[in-house]
Write a protein that binds this ligand. Structure first.
Ligand SMILES: Nc1nc2c(ncn2[C@@H]2O[C@H](COP(=O)(O)O)[C@@H](O)[C@H]2O)c(=O)[nH]1
Ligand SMILES: [Mg+2]
Ligand SMILES: [Zn+2]
Length: 568
């Protein structure tokens, strides 16, 4: 079995094989992992090898940005083992992998732990288990000098010998039965949720079955959310990470889901939203869990996209010193709207919803069916006391937060692009931050910028997003072709290429919109407009492989059109 995945310039590759006869001594005989690059067999001889348990962690350096089939492990003189799964952790293509050092204290003894910033949390746990001389199944906790729990992850802040973290180990087998059962219950819920979601994706047309399954899904999700450990853990991140989080250069691929949740939590804390709105920290974590659960595993419209949009908003807030200009209510609206803006996105756009006459299109009378749905899901989650982060907010304030979030999420419909951008342009010359209409026009453009901001990011971060977007487009267009529905050329695998998808989008949508925002916030010129212009130049020198005879251009604003993207 072969699996294909784009490899970044530098990556950690973790490979699992199905060959049960691969006993540790036979691992010693593995001579290489063969990576096929553009149908050419190349030996990835720059890999450094390290075995962790029955899993191989490989550092793959210097091949560049390529597509690769990882298809076998050769075993010296003993044939081949097929790769059944692998995981790639992306890292920055430019930075050197100098190991990180932390000091821990185990049973009063200091130890130095070295690990790569590109390794996984599990790898660090394995190292800690080794240091403590306990089994890898043991539960381990790290506490800092204040007794706060420290998250065991590659982002763990470095410390000194004097401020060594205390490692506490707990043998799972000796844990109270209740706890152990609880962990199993969580796993069970997760499995059930995945099963029901999978089932639902196969019964698009059977509305009754879907309703039954939706109800079941809600019940399981509720059980899951309740089972999430209500003990609040104080997460600690290095100052370096916290500053990096405010930058558009932030590597959004580096973080696992729980780490993204932790970073979102950090955003709520850093912007003083938790304190101001008296949010219960446990409810905030439950809410973030529920948000993650409510994004589907689409190639593009997934929880990582939600994270990216929110992180870009956080970046803009800092770069433009928005806190001096907007109210705290506006802040909570901006951040919460970003988090909720694509909730339960089915992976098929509004054109598909309308043309296929889906339940969503029927429910919302063809009027921005997706955006209406994202809002409805958002407020359904907030209506549950277990996940209502605004439970302690007075009803008048909640009312304005609610209408603000709806306003912003609805503005992310690209069919309303021209309308929203024009409204803001009319206000720019005489912009008044005290004027509600002016302010709303600005906030709409801000969320729109964040929503489509991938090309503002460095190329090794933005590039995989284009693959993800095209993958989702192709799934839709294949389905449309099979169902005899209209297919937009920009979504058609036979017509679109990466540069053809991006050149028009950057030139006609991104640069004009970011330049407009820059008129009000000149700081954005260097931070966002310049990177966009660089991205455009990069795409312009790429061979277009001109499958499209026309220039791709998004013409939002044509409300009569059933499509949010139109080919000129
Ligand atoms: N050709 C490109 N289209 C893009 C890109 N980023 C976003 N988009 C399009 O905009 C909408 C945004 O709305 P969303 O709420 O659905 O995320 C998205 O669906 C795409 O159609 C891009 O980099 N290139
Ligand atoms: Mg959307
Ligand atoms: Zn989006």
């Amino acid at each position: 079995m072969t699996k294909q995945r784009r490899l970044p310039k530098r990556a950690f590759l973790r490979v699992w094989t199905a060959d049960v006869s691969l006993t540790p001594d036979r691992f010693e005989n593995i001579i290489d992992i063969v990576v096929r690059v553009s149908h050419k067999r190349e030996l990835a001889d720059s890999m450094r090898r390290k075995r962790i348990g029955n899993v191989w962690l490989e550092e793959y350096v210097g091949v560049g940005s390529i597509s690769a089939d990882i298809y076998l492990i050769s075993i010296h003189g003993q044939g081949e083992a097929k790769v059944i799964a692998y995981q790639i952790t992306m890292g920055s293509g430019s930075s050197h992998d100098t190991p990180k050092t932390i000091y821990i204290s185990v049973a009063g003894k200091r130890q130095k732990i070295l690990f790569s910033r590109y390794c996984s949390s599990k790898d660090i746990l394995d190292l800690l288990a080794q240091a403590a001389g306990v089994s890898q199944e043991s539960r381990m906790f790290l506490k800092d000098e204040d007794g706060s729990l420290v998250v065991i992850a590659p982002t763990i802040p470095v410390n000194t010998r004097q401020s060594a973290y205390v490692l506490i180990t707990e043998d799972v087998k000796q844990s109270p039965v209740g706890d152990y059962t609880k962990l199993m219950a969580i796993d069970h819920c997760k499995e059930e949720i995945a099963k029901v979601k999978e089932h639902m994706s196969h019964i698009e047309d059977d509305r009754t079955a879907k309703t039954v399954l939706s109800k079941k899904l809600k019940d399981i999700q509720k059980a899951y959310i309740r089972s999430v450990n209500p003990t609040y853990t104080k997460y600690i991140m290095s100052q370096e990470t916290l500053e990096y989080l405010k930058k558009p250069t932030f590597d959004v691929w580096y973080w696992a889901t729980n780490e993204m949740m932790c970073l979102l939590e950090q955003i709520y804390n850093e912007l003083n939203l938790v304190k101001t709105f008296n949010m219960d920290p446990v409810v905030l974590r439950r809410w973030l869990n529920r948000i993650d659960q409510s994004y589907r595993n689409n190639p593009f419209h997934n929880f990582r996209h939600c994270f990216c949009v929110t992180q870009m908003m956080y970046g803009i807030i800092h770069i433009c010193d928005m806190r001096d200009k907007l109210s705290i209510i506006d802040m909570v609206i901006l951040i919460t709207a970003c988090i909720c803006h694509d909730l339960d996105h089915p992976g098929y756009n509004n054109s598909y919803q309308i043309n296929a006459k889906t339940e969503l299109a029927l429910r919302y009378n063809n009027q921005s069916p997706l955006e209406n749905h994202h809002c409805a899901v958002a407020f359904q989650i907030l209506s549950d006391p277990d996940t209502n982060i605004f439970a302690n907010t007075d009803s008048a304030t909640f009312s304005s937060i609610r209408s603000g979030i709806i306003l912003l999420v609805m503005a992310t419909d690209m069919a309303k692009h021209t309308e929203n951008l024009s409204a803001f342009k009319c206000n720019i010359d005489k912009f008044d931050f005290e004027n509600k209409e002016h302010l709303h026009s600005l906030m709409k453009v801000m969320i729109k910028c964040c929503d489509i901001s991938n090309e503002v990011r460095p190329s090794d971060v933005s590039d995989p997003w284009v693959d993800c977007l095209l993958e989702e487009y192709f799934i839709q267009s294949d389905r449309e072709k099979a169902a005899g529905l209209p297919v937009a050329a920009f979504m058609d695998r036979d017509k679109v290429t990466k540069p053809s998808a991006q050149i028009g989008f950057i030139k006609f949508v991104l640069i004009p919109m970011f330049e407009t925002l820059t008129q009000l916030f000149p700081q954005l010129l260097e931070a966002m407009v310049m990177p966009l212009k660089e991205a455009l130049s990069r795409y312009e020198v790429m061979p277009i492989d001109n499958k499209l005879t026309t220039v791709e251009k998004i013409i939002p604003g044509d409300e009569s059109s059933t499509t949010d993207n139109v080919i000129l």
